[in-house]
Each structure stands twice: as structure tokens, then as C-alpha cells.
Design a protein around this ligand. Structure first.
Ligand SMILES: NC(=O)c1ccc[n+]([C@@H]2O[C@H](COP(=O)([O-])OP(=O)(O)OC[C@H]3O[C@@H](n4cnc5c(N)ncnc54)[C@H](OP(=O)(O)O)[C@@H]3O)[C@@H](O)[C@H]2O)c1
Length: 296
């Protein structure tokens, strides 16, 4: 089977690449890893997904059966000002990969976000809830989802949230660093969601890819918490002697408004390939057990 991982140098892309290199995921051996796969890895240094002609040229003469799209412009505040970059990577990039997937007869496994929702509810969003993004990042990702639906039938759109892993920048690494350096951190307690271990997400993307169960999925760590709860758990599991105190969004404003409540329910996974996501606290403990707490 011929596999393309786009965004292969990013946090999730590297996690996915590791699974193919090792032959197993954190939670088992999805069927796709039992096959003899030819991997094509690409990131912005190789090709800009926002450029359809360049993408077609890059993949010319390449057979592709499955495309994993881990590429995105993920700087939420940056998306507000660099709207063209956001549109190119998150909307056009998704569209272009869907076009190429259709042309090559490949499946597209695309990663989206909880930020497609407004975050003004009080129960986890189901796949059938209507998106209403409040940020340029969320809008660009939602348009990417819509473009994919228009261009190909063989897609899996998997929305995730609060992603962390051993590669790249993420909240877990930031809290470890700040707690160690300053011995204290203040974290917002009025935004709730689902922390997601990138290894758990990779497992489900791999599992979906060999099925015909096309559609929209939610894939996040199970159980919800606030950023404050998440930070407190990071510090306690890492055994750092630091104080974590709660604050409100109003006390800690960011340039971009974030959804206040964006937990996602996994209705589609439960009804199809199964929901094997660990509870976020277990997945976090496993992350530290595997990678330690000295992360760069
Ligand atoms: N991180 C989170 O908390 C989170 C939450 C919800 C959903 N997601 C979604 O999960 C997916 C993976 O996120 P991640 O955390 O792994 O992101 P990431 O670490 O930022 O990786 C994204 C990769 O895509 C590359 N890229 C950006 N623009 C590109 C373009 N035009 N053409 C080709 N490659 C491009 C980036 O290169 P540069 O680094 O050089 O820009 C980077 O290597 C994304 O779809 C994201 O929207 C992430």
C-alpha cells in the first residue's frame, strides 16, 4: 500500500511516521501497519499544500492509496493576522489533497479541530452538531472540511483537540518548562475540553484508513477538564514542586477568542471502528512513563 503523510515534520505527522517505522501504534497494531507499505513523507519544505499545481507535480508518477493530512497552519493567533496563510494551508490545502486523492483513487484521512465549534454549549459536541467557528483558525479549518466533502467521497475528517506529543511545541511541554523555571503558573479554569495524546489519535487514524467507514469523526482523549486541571495534573505527575493556580479568561486574555467549552463526543467512533481513546489522565500518565519529563 502506498501512503502519503503530509505535514510529516509536525507534531502529529512525526507521530504517524513513527508508527509506520515501528510497525505498531501506542494502542496496538492497526491492519495498515501489517501491510508492506511504501511511505512518502512531505512537509512545507517539499511542497506547499496550498498550491494545487505544485502538489500535482510533486506527486506525479506516484501511486497513492491513502493520504494522511497532518499539515496545517496551527498558530491560532497567527491565523487572525495571516489570514491568507491560514486559508492556503487549512482550507485550500485540504481541498487540494482531496482533489489529488480523487484523481489518484486514494482515501483521504484529514485532521480537523474542536475550534470549528463556537464553544457556548454545556455538553460535548456530537458529530452532527452544527459548527460555528469564532476564530480565523476555526473558520479556515471548517472551510477545509467543506471543500473535502465537495471534492471526494472517500474521506475521513477527524476532529481532535488539545493535542500533545513528544514532538513539536505543545501545552504539556510549556507547562513543564514554566513550572520548572518559575515554580508557579496561572492557568485558565473557565475553558474546558479534551486533552489528546497524539499517539492515541495516530492509532485511530491508522485504524480508520483501511475501512470504508467514511465520514466525520471526533477523536480526542476521553473525559474532559479545564486547562487549569490539565496543568495541575501535568505538574503533579511530573513531580515538580510548583504551584498551579486558576485564573479566568478575562484575567489572561489572548488576542484570539477561544471556545469556552469544546469537549467532543465520540458517537461516530463508537458506532463504527470503536473508541479506544484512553481517559486523558491515563493517556497523560502513559505519556510521561514513555517519554519522561525532560522534553525539549
Ligand atoms: N495542536 C493542537 O492542539 C491541535 C488541536 C486540534 C486540531 N489540531 C489539528 O491536528 C493536525 C496536526 O496538528 P499538529 O499539532 O501536528 O500541527 P503542527 O505541529 O503545526 O504540524 C503541522 C505541519 O504542517 C506544516 N505546514 C504548514 N503549512 C503547510 C503548507 N502550506 N504545506 C505543507 N505543510 C504545511 C507545518 O510546517 P511549519 O511548522 O513549517 O509551519 C508543520 O510541519 C492539524 O490539522 C491541526 O489543525 C491540532
Amino acid at each position: 500500500m502506498n501512503i502519503l503523510i503530509m505535514g510529516a515534520k509536525g507534531q502529529l505527522g512525526r507521530e504517524m511516521t513513527d508508527c509506520f517505522a515501528r510497525g505498531y501504534s501506542a494502542l496496538g497494531t492497526p491492519d495498515i501497519l501489517k501491510e508492506s507499505n511504501v511511505l512518502c513523507l512531505a512537509d512545507i519544505d517539499e511542497v506547499d499544500v496550498g498550491d494545487l499545481d505544485a502538489l500535482r507535480l510533486f506527486l506525479e508518477n506516484q501511486e497513492i492509496d491513502v493520504i494522511f493530512n497532518c499539515a496545517a497552519y496551527t498558530n491560532v493567533d497567527g491565523c487572525e493576522t495571516n489570514t491568507e496563510t491560514a486559508f492556503r494551508a487549512n482550507a485550500l490545502g485540504a481541498r487540494n489533497l482531496a482533489i489529488v486523492a480523487r484523481e489518484k483513487g486514494a482515501k483521504l484521512v484529514h485532521v480537523s479541530t474542536d475550534y470549528v465549534f463556537a464553544g457556548d454549549g454545556d455538553r460535548p459536541y456530537a458529530e452532527w452538531d452544527l459548527p460555528a467557528p469564532i476564530s480565523a483558525y476555526g473558520k479556515s479549518k471548517l472551510l477545509g472540511e467543506q471543500y473535502i466533502r465537495e471534492q471526494t467521497e472517500r474521506y475521513f475528517i477527524v476532529r481532535t483537540s488539545w493535542l500533545y506529543g513528544k514532538y513539536g511545541k505543545n501545552f504539556v511541554k510549556t507547562i513543564l518548562r514554566v513550572a520548572k523555571e518559575r515554580g508557579a503558573c496561572r492557568v485558565v479554569a473557565d475553558q474546558r475540553g479534551n486533552p489528546t495524546n497524539a499517539a492515541d489519535l495516530a492509532h485511530h487514524l491508522l485504524k480508520l484508513a483501511t475501512t470504508e467507514e467514511y465520514g466525520v469523526y471526533h477523536g480526542t482523549g476521553n473525559g474532559e477538564c479545564s486547562w487549569f486541571d490539565f496543568a495541575a495534573r501535568i505538574v503533579s505527575l511530573a513531580g515538580i514542586d510548583a504551584t498551579v493556580s486558576p485564573c479566568t479568561t478575562a484575567e489572561y486574555p489572548t488576542p484570539t477568542k477561544r471556545p469556552a467549552y469544546s469537549a467532543l463526543d465520540h458517537l461516530a467512533l463508537r458506532a463504527t471502528v470503536g473508541d479506544e481513546f484512553r481517559h486523558w489522565e491515563d493517556a497523560l500518565a502513559a505519556f510521561f512513563a514513555e517519554n519522561g519529563t525532560e522534553l525539549d
